[in-house]
Design a protein around this ligand. Structure first.
Ligand code: SF4
Ligand code: MG
Length: 330
C-alpha cells in the first residue's frame, strides 16, 4: 500500500542531498494466494525495486507491505528474520547470484544453515529432495556452479529459494539471462512447482509474451507507478491505459492471420528521469491521448471495470466511486 522507494542523490564535496530518484512512487496492489502476478514495464520503470521492496531487501521510503496480516515494512530485525523463510527471491542472473566457491549442496543448503538447527544428515536429505524437485541430478551435489549450464544454474537458484518452504516468491527476470531454447523449461518448472507447492509468485519480466503465458493478472508499470493492473486475458486483448496499449502493441500476435492485429504504436520521446517526473500524469509527456487536465492532475489508480485498475483521466467518468480495497492509495 502506498509503496515509495526514493533513493537520495548526493552531490558536491559535502555529499549534500540534492534530490531523489523516485524509483517507485506510490504503488498499491494485492497479490492473491496461489496466483502469479506479472509485473511488466521497460527497464528502469521500477519493477525490480518493487520486488525487492516487497521482500524488504530495502528499507521503504514510505508505505506498507502486508503479508498474512503482518506489515513487514515495520518489523523489527528479529521478527523480520523469522518471517524471511516465507518469502524468497529468484534472481535474474544465476551466474552472479551463486557463490562460485561453494558446491551446489552448500548453496542450496545455506538457508537451512541460517534458519534451522538441523544436523548434517537431515540437511543433506533436504538438499537431495530439493535437487529432485527442480530436476537436478543428485550426483552433481558436490560440483561447483561453473560446471553447470545456465538453465541448470537457474535450477540451483530455484532450489535454494525453495529450501525453507516459502509461500511467496519474487521471480525477478528469472529467464532473461537464459538461452531462448531453455527459457520455456525454466518457466514450466516454475509453474509445476507452483502447482505442487501452492506457491504465490510475483513474476517480473520485460518479456510480454512470457508473462502472457505464466501470469494470472498483470500490472504494467511506467516511471515508478502502476499504469494498469488487469486480468491477463483482458489486458492482452484490450489494454485500457494508453501506455499499456503502446507497450502491448509491440507483442507479436500468436496468430498472425488474426484480423484484430493491433497497429504498432511508437511512442515519441524518452522516458523522463525518475529524479524529475512530470507534473500531473507521469505519462503526459509521451501520451498520444494527452489532455489539458493530464498536465495538472495526477490520475489515481481506480477500478474502471470489474477487476481492472487504470490510472488515467480518460477513465475518470467510468470510475464509479471508490476503487476496491488495495487500489485506492496512490
Ligand atoms: Fe494519457 Fe492523460 Fe491518461 Fe495520462 S491521464 S495516460 S496523459 S490520457
Ligand atoms: Mg530489473
Amino acid at each position: 500500500r502506498g509503496l515509495k522507494m526514493h533513493f537520495p542523490i548526493h552531490a558536491g564535496l559535502l555529499r549534500r542531498k540534492v534530490g531523489a530518484v523516485k524509483a517507485v512512487d506510490g504503488v498499491s496492489f494485492d497479490i492473491f494466494e496461489g496466483e502469479t502476478l506479472g509485473l511488466v514495464g521497460e527497464s528502469g520503470c521500477g519493477k525490480s525495486t518493487v520486488g525487492r521492496a516487497l521482500l524488504r531487501l530495502y528499507e521503504l521510503t514510505e508505505g506498507s507491505v502486508v503479508i498474512d496480516g503482518e506489515d513487514i515494512a515495520t518489523l523489527a530485525p528479529d521478527a523480520l528474520r523469522k518471517k524471511r523463510p516465507t518469502m524468497q527471491m529468484v534472481f535474474q542472473d544465476p551466474q552472479a547470484s551463486l557463490n562460485p566457491r561453494m558446491t551446489v549442496a552448500a548453496i542450496i543448503g545455506e538457508p537451512l544453515d541460517e534458519h534451522t538447527g538441523w544436523d548434517a544428515a537431515k540437511k543433506t536429505a533436504r538438499v537431495y529432495e530439493l535437487m529432485d524437485q527442480v530436476g537436478l541430478n543428485r550426483r552433481f551435489a558436490n560440483r561447483y556452479p561453473h560446471e553447470f549450464s545456465g538453465g541448470q544454474r537457474q535450477r540451483i537458484g530455484i532450489a535454494r529459494a525453495l529450501a525453507l518452504n516459502p509461500k511467496f516468491i519474487v521471480c525477478d527476470e528469472p529467464i532473461a539471462a537464459l538461452d531462448v531454447s531453455i527459457q520455456a523449461q525454466v518457466v514450466n518448472l516454475l509453474e509445476d512447482l507452483q502447482d505442487r507447492l501452492g506457491l504465490t509468485y510475483l513474476f517480473i519480466s520485460h518479456d510480454l509474451s512470457m508473462v502472457r503465458h505464466i501470469a494470472d493478472r498483470v500490472a504494467v508499470m511506467y516511471l515508478g507507478q502502476i499504469a494498469e493492473l488487469s486480468p491477463r486475458e483482458a489486458l492482452y486483448a484490450r489494454p485500457l491505459h494508453p501506455y499499456a496499449e503502446a507497450l502491448l502493441s509491440a507483442v507479436p500476435e500468436p496468430d498472425p492471420t488474426m484480423e484484430s492485429r493491433r497497429q504498432r504504436i511508437i511512442l515519441k520521446g524518452d522516458v523522463p528521469s525518475p529524479a524529475n517526473p512530470p507534473k500531473g500524469c507521469n505519462f503526459c509527456t509521451r501520451c498520444p491521448k494527452v489532455m489539458a487536465v493530464c498536465r495538472e492532475v495526477e490520475p489515481r489508480l481506480a477500478e474502471v471495470e470489474p477487476g481492472r485498475f487504470v490510472a488515467c483521466h480518460l477513465f475518470d467518468n467510468n470510475a464509479g466511486g471508490q476503487a476496491s480495497p488495495g487500489a485506492e492509495v496512490r
